[in-house]
Design a protein around this ligand. Structure first.
Ligand SMILES: [Zn+2]
Length: 271
């Protein structure tokens, strides 16, 4: 009987010890597993908010939505030197073909060191209005010359010496020297020049507005060009159909700014 009791006690003890050992191992495993998990998945690092895609429901805040960037709208600054502006800063749809910045002119030489078409600001604005009117009908202005520095006027005078076509710099110079005269023609919607009384800088009676031998189509085109230009504040001269002057030209003085100087200078107000 005693032997039997001892056996039972031994079994209980062995079971208790075995149970205790198992429990310890299980706990150890759990701790290790937990450590392992902590390494594998760090809540702060591993879990990231996934931006919501698709429609945002009423009352729902978009996750990680991009805040609209407030951009300051700055007024466009137009460079101005002694009242002169680049006409393309006023109207970039004008076609600029400055003949004196190429050798394709009556001198056969490149006269302007750079291709920049300048006018007094108010004159450029009138030109833009005229061009807008032409564009509504499918045409646009092509500019051959605008502001012309005084030293260039002297070069021209030395070659031509005919005041019907070139203004004598010693006699007050040209309206071009003030930046209020512009030489131009019209382009059609294909970019081709409309038929006009003569070529540019044709120093002959063919360029006269009242030339009786003028082709009827050329006369019609010249008259259309003239009507729109006059309606927008320009006046004409008799000896060159392509030449237009701001009707307020007398209010402006001769400006002596070289074209390359204009490009280099900062925007300067009138003195
Ligand atoms: Zn002219």
């Amino acid at each position: 009987m005693r032997k039997y009791r001892l056996s039972i006690l031994l079994i209980i003890c062995t079971g208790t010890v075995f149970f205790a050992l198992c429990k310890t191992n299980v706990l150890k495993n759990l701790v290790q597993q937990n450590k392992f998990n902590k390494i594998q998945v760090k809540p702060t690092e591993g879990l990231k908010e996934i931006p919501k895609t698709g429609p945002i429901l009423p009352g729902e805040k978009p996750i990680n939505s991009v805040k609209p960037v407030e951009t300051e709208v700055k007024p466009r600054v137009i460079k101005e030197v002694a009242g002169l502006v680049s006409v393309t800063d006023i109207d970039n749809s004008l076609f600029i073909d400055l003949k004196y910045s190429t050798a394709d002119n009556f001198t056969g030489k490149v006269i302007y060191p750079v291709t920049v078409c300048l006018l007094q600001k108010e004159t450029a604005q009138k030109l833009m209005k005229a061009n807008t009117e032409f564009k509504e009908k499918g045409y646009k202005l092509k500019i051959w010359d605008a502001y012309r520095p005084v030293y260039v006027q002297k070069i021209f005078w030395d070659i031509v010496k005919d005041s019907r076509f070139v203004a004598n710099p010693a006699m007050g110079g040209s309206i071009h020297n003030r930046g209020t005269a512009v030489d131009l023609t019209l382009l059609d919607s294909y970019g081709d020049e409309l038929k006009m009384p003569s070529k540019f800088d044709d120093f002959s009676a063919n360029a006269y507005r009242n030339n009786s031998k003028m082709d009827s189509e050329a006369r019609k085109n010249m008259n259309y060009l003239t009507d729109v230009m006059k309606r927008n504040g320009f006046k004409t001269i008799d000896t060159e159909w392509w030449h237009f002057e701001d009707s307020n030209s007398s209010e402006y003085k001769i400006v002596d700014v070289k074209l390359d100087e204009f490009l280099k200078k900062e925007s300067l107000p009138l003195n």
